[in-house]
Structure formats: structure tokens, C-alpha cells
Design a protein around this ligand. Structure first.
Ligand code: KIV
Ligand code: NA
Length: 285
């Protein structure tokens, strides 16, 4: 399998081929994302919410990210492009060296090929430029910025006024100028994403941004229905198509196991493979 690089991703936009990106946070999910032929594996800080049960992505630490990056890397060591999110509080400082130091950790200790930053302000773009100059490829991220939830007030669509849409376009252009190789567009109107995609040289990867982006990203747990259950509501974002209900299969398996054990059906003779010889049995019993 040929390794996907930032060049592969840029070439796909030029050839009008759609780019696929899915999150993964551990060994089995990374194995699945690799085997499915997804271009980019994102170890997203959405991990905080879907894997660790936090309400937001803000609590995620660099140490936790590294732990998940290493597991994902072991599951997909040589094909998809591996991108790791810079967690909240590890790259926003005026001193861009902090961002560079932490980006190096995601590459050297986490095994990532590239890192992702949220936001497109002038100071953020300075940090992106500094990290790219330091030799680490950076993916940008504009529109809804989950790490800024305490400023924004909630997880909701962005860029719905002409002014705000213009701002998001400016931010995306600024990130491109700073050396970002691609940019995520999160929760913005389709027409805005379309114009940004046209105006940018680098690819756009959309989530809740309509069909006109260079590629699409979804969160593993959301697209696969990991928390589907026969008697509990599952939260799935409006923009997310659910391609499976894996949670139903998990529930079925666990429920059958419980019933089998409680009913004396499992393990039975069929799953009790270790036998003692007649001679030893005689001596023992
Ligand atoms: O953390 C994440 O899953 C992300 C994607 C939604 C782009 O940043
Ligand atoms: Na993220």
C-alpha cells in the first residue's frame, strides 16, 4: 500500500478527486480506517468527547493525545496520512516556539505525519508558519472551532452572515499563505464552503459544510453509530450520515453473553478445550 502524503492530498484536489478523512483514536479503529482505504486518519481531539466522555474537547491534554496517537499509529503504520490535533492550550501562546515544541512531540513521540490547529487569526497564522518552517506539516481548521466553545457559546453553525463568511474566507487564505497544506471547514453553509474551496489552492475538508469541499471528514463514532442501542437515544449531529449501527451489534453480543452465562449455556463442552489425561485425572481426583 502506497503511503498517502501531503502531496497526494494536494494532487487529489487538482485532479478533482474527493479526499476522505475519518477520525480514529486507538488500535482497532485505526486498523479499520486503514483497511477501508481512507486517505487521512485524524487523531482528533473529539477523542475527549466520543472516547473519554467529556462534554467538550477542552480537557484533552497533550499527554492524552500522545497516548491515543501512538495507539492509532500502531494500527495504521504505513498507508494513511496521520494527522494529530494540537489540543486546547498547546499552541495559542504569543510565543510560537511553544506550538513548535508541542508539534514536534506529536511527530516524534506520537508518530504523526502532520498536526492540526484550530483558528485563522493573524497570530494563529504566525504559529502555523513557524511550525511549517520547523518542518512539521500543518492542517488548518476554520468555521466552528470546538476548542473555543467558551467564547462562541455553543456548537452551532458559523459564517451565516456575509461579514462572518468573509472573515472565514480571509482566515482560510491566511492559513494557506502561512503554509498549511489543507484546511478543515466545519459547520458553515454550502455556498460559503464552495467559494472558499474555489478561492484556495490547497484542499478543503468539510464537516457540516456541504458537498462542494475537496473532501469530507466524519467522526468514527458518529458515522458508525457506536452508541446505537435498542432502548437508548443516540446523539448524532445533523450533518452526519450514519453508515452503520455498530452499537446494536455490540449490545446484541454483550446481551447474548450475559444470557448464556446466566443460563449455564456458555462455555459448555464446546468452549472448554483444556483436558487432563485419564491417568492424571485418576491421580488428581
Ligand atoms: O477532532 C475532530 O474530530 C476534528 C474533526 C471534526 C475535523 O477536528
Ligand atoms: Na478536533
Amino acid at each position: 500500500p502506497k503511503k498517502v502524503t501531503t502531496l497526494t492530498i494536494r494532487a487529489k484536489k487538482r485532479r478533482n478527486q474527493k479526499i476522505t478523512m475519518v477520525t480514529a483514536y486507538d488500535y482497532p479503529s485505526a486498523v479499520h480506517v486503514d483497511r477501508a482505504g481512507i486517505d487521512i486518519l485524524l487523531v482528533g481531539d473529539s477523542c475527549a468527547m466520543v472516547e473519554l466522555g467529556y462534554e467538550t474537547t477542552q480537557p484533552m491534554t497533550l499527554e492524552q493525545m500522545l497516548h491515543h496517537c501512538r495507539a492509532a499509529k500502531r494500527g495504521a503504520p504505513d498507508r494513511p496520512l496521520l494527522v494529530g490535533d494540537m489540543p486546547f492550550g498547546t499552541y495559542e501562546f504569543m510565543d510560537s516556539d511553544v506550538a513548535l515544541r508541542n508539534a514536534y512531540r506529536l511527530v516524534k513521540e506520537g508518530g504523526m505525519d502532520a498536526v492540526k490547529f484550530e483558528g485563522g487569526s493573524a497570530s494563529r497564522a504566525r504559529a502555523v508558519r513557524h511550525v511549517v518552517e520547523g518542518g512539521v506539516a500543518v492542517m488548518g481548521h476554520v468555521g466552528l472551532l470546538p476548542q473555543s466553545i467558551s467564547v462562541v457559546g455553543g456548537f452551532r453553525a458559523q459564517g451565516r452572515t456575509a461579514e462572518r463568511a468573509g472573515q472565514i474566507l480571509e482566515e482560510a487564505l491566511r492559513l494557506q499563505d502561512a503554509g498549511a497544506f489543507a484546511v478543515v471547514l466545519e459547520c458553515i453553509p454550502s455556498n460559503v464552503a464552495n467559494i472558499i474551496t474555489d478561492r484556495l489552492e490547497i484542499p478543503t475538508i468539510g464537516i457540516g459544510a456541504g458537498p462542494h469541499t475537496s473532501g469530507q471528514v466524519l467522526v468514527f463514532h458518529d458515522l458508525l453509530g457506536m452508541l446505537s442501542h435498542p432502548h437508548h437515544e443516540e446523539f448524532v449531529p445533523k450533518f452526519c450520515k450514519k453508515y452503520a449501527s455498530v452499537g446494536l451489534a455490540i449490545n446484541e453480543g454483550l446481551d447474548s453473553f450475559r444470557q448464556d452465562v446466566e443460563g449455564g449455556v456458555f462455555p459448555g463442552d464446546g468452549y472448554s478445550p483444556y483436558k487432563m489425561s485419564a491417568e492424571e485425572t485418576l491421580r488428581f481426583e
